[in-house]
Design a protein. Structure first.
Lengths: 114, 114
């Protein structure tokens, strides 16, 4: 069964600190993995998208890693800011043509406090 | 380049009514998908369209329907609204038919059923 699991469900950190969010998946055949940031009541915004051959991808203070062998990904946020408070959603795309291709995690709710 | 536009942003309806939500994809994108998001739940797949054809449908009752027009704009309709239909409805557009390239989300329509 194609599934995406994220941990932790929620996280509170102090402004300026770093944090790492986890994503484990069982989606097969794998096409790519995406991280989205979703502010409350808004649509998700793409942070990174990684294919099988990519181990690391950065977008400013956001760095995503992918281990396709263990089917794990992480999103590392450096020097957190108050504006990083949001839900972070891991999405895995399957390489299939006959069914829905995108599988969503339930997200990690990050709160950055001053 | 304009993003994905969803209208209206907010809606309040009473039980038993019906509602139509609209999604205009990024220019050139022919693939549009719809999702329902409720508090504590991940994005639940509703349906997906490509070139006016419904490619896939999620596990939702027949009260949920949609369509796509020749200009790629899409609408979804919910009939006989129930309290449990209160949610953020998101649409996403993508260049490719199978959503394997990056998907861009709209800001969503917040539907409240009273």
């Amino acid at each position: 069964k194609n599934q995406v699991e994220q941990s932790p469900q929620s996280l509170i950190i102090l402004e300026g600190k770093n944090c790492t969010l986890q994503c484990n998946y069982t989606v097969s055949p794998f096409s790519n993995l995406r991280w989205y940031k979703q502010d409350t009541g808004r649509g998700p915004v793409s942070l990174t998208i990684m294919t099988f051959s990519e181990n690391t991808k950065s977008n400013g203070r956001y760095t995503a890693t992918l281990d396709a062998d263990t089917k794990q990904s992480s999103l590392h946020i450096t020097a957190s800011q108050l504006s990083d408070s949001a839900s972070y959603i891991c999405v895995v795309s399957a390489m299939q043509t006959g069914a829905n291709n995108l599988f969503f995690g339930t997200g990690t709710r990050l709160t950055v406090i001053p | 380049k304009a993003g994905v536009t969803q209208t209206p942003r907010y809606l309040i309806k009473t039980r038993g009514q019906q509602v139509t939500l609209s999604c205009s994809p990024i220019s050139g994108h022919r693939s549009v998908s719809w999702y329902q998001q409720t508090p504590g739940q991940g994005l639940q797949f509703l349906f997906e369209y490509f070139s006016e054809t419904q490619r896939n449908k999620g596990n939702f009752p027949g009260r949920f329907s949609g369509r796509q027009f020749s200009n790629s704009r899409s609408e979804m309709n919910v009939s006989t609204l129930e309290l449990g239909d209160s949610a953020l409805y998101l649409c996403a557009s993508s260049l490719d038919k199978y959503m394997n390239t990056e998907a861009f989300f709209g800001q969503g329509t917040r539907l409240t059923v009273v």
